[in-house]
Design a binder for this molecule. Structure first.
Ligand SMILES: O=C(O)CCC(=O)C(=O)O
Length: 288
């Protein structure tokens, strides 16, 4: 059953993203904000000084654990609480993802970010997937290689308030990235999106995007889940193994449990029950 409207399909093809309003109910927004706050005193993967850009190290406790509006970037969050696992395949967001990507996918990354209100951070525009994927785009009629779901947990209006910023259409047209003209949240063509806590943005890995500066006076909280075609390597690994026992068969499959001991051919040709498991068809093997 198609879940996307014609307008959403158009927005995906032309702009490279879809804005899903009200994906989470207000009480869920409160729940997830509390769970993000509760991550700070717990050990986990975060950016640490000394590591190359974009790399994460294991930290025992967030240094700013007591200031809940300060910056935090925690990766690999599925092991911390069941509600984080619920978002792996939450139907009102996952069904559109399935419609866009098809059934041969994995969840490659989970993340919680708090963008602090500060005059220091200028924003950061990029594509997803690092140096290699930055140079790879697919056509309007192709399935995406990777799609991210960004759950907004803080109301954002105006500009430079931690807005999720996009360059509509840039998933199809390259933007120079290795020069002094690298895009910023204020480069012509940038659109600083507004949204309500509970909204979700789905966007292509190839879309130039990122956070605007945040001068709002409050931290802006988000959750991010990245989905990729199966042959692409997941970005997260450690607690996926710890969390997997508590997951449903479909969630386990999305985390890379193919239902058999590892063998060559995995993540290349899919298991015979892949579509049954992913579409949750009656009779799908429960052991997956
Ligand atoms: O924090 C944001 O608004 C965007 C995060 C982002 O750019 C990303 O997850 O790739």
């Amino acid at each position: 059953m198609p879940t996307l409207t014609d307008e959403q399909r158009r927005q995906w093809a032309v702009d490279g993203y879809i804005h899903l309003e009200g994906a989470l109910a207000p009480q869920e927004v409160s729940l997830y904000c509390g769970l993000i706050d509760a991550l700070r005193p717990q050990a986990g993967w975060e950016p640490v000084p000394g590591l190359p850009f974009g790399h994460y190290g294991w930290v025992e406790r967030n240094a700013t654990a007591d200031d809940l509006d300060s910056f935090m970037d925690r990766r690999d969050i599925l092991g911390y609480a069941e509600p984080f696992r619920d978002l792996i395949d939450r139907p009102n967001v996952f069904d559109p993802i399935l419609e866009l990507m098809g059934p041969y996918i994995v969840l490659s990354m989970s993340q919680a970010i708090v963008r602090a209100s500060t005059t220091e951070f200028p924003g950061f525009i990029h594509t997803d997937g690092g140096q290699a994927l930055r140079q790879i785009r697919v056509t309007e009629t192709s399935r995406p290689l990777a799609v991210k779901a960004l759950y907004l947990l803080t109301d954002v209006e105006g500009t430079d308030n931690g807005n999720f910023t996009v360059f509509p259409g840039s998933h199809l047209r390259q933007i120079p990235f290795d020069s002094d003209a690298a895009p910023t949240p204020h480069t012509p063509g940038a659109v600083q999106l507004g949204g309500k806590a509970g909204d979700c943005y789905l966007f292509s890995h190839a879309l130039w995007h990122g956070p605007a500066p945040n001068r709002s006076g409050k931290g802006r909280k988000t959750l991010l889940y990245n989905y990729a075609q199966m042959f692409l390597k997941p970005y997260d690994f450690p607690t996926i193994a710890g969390a997997i026992d508590k997951c449903t068969p479909r969630q386990r499959r999305l985390l890379g449990d193919l239902g058999h001991a590892p063998r060559l051919g995995d993540f290349f040709y899919v298991p015979e029950d892949q579509e049954d498991v992913i579409y949750r068809r009656t009779g799908a093997r429960q052991a997956a």
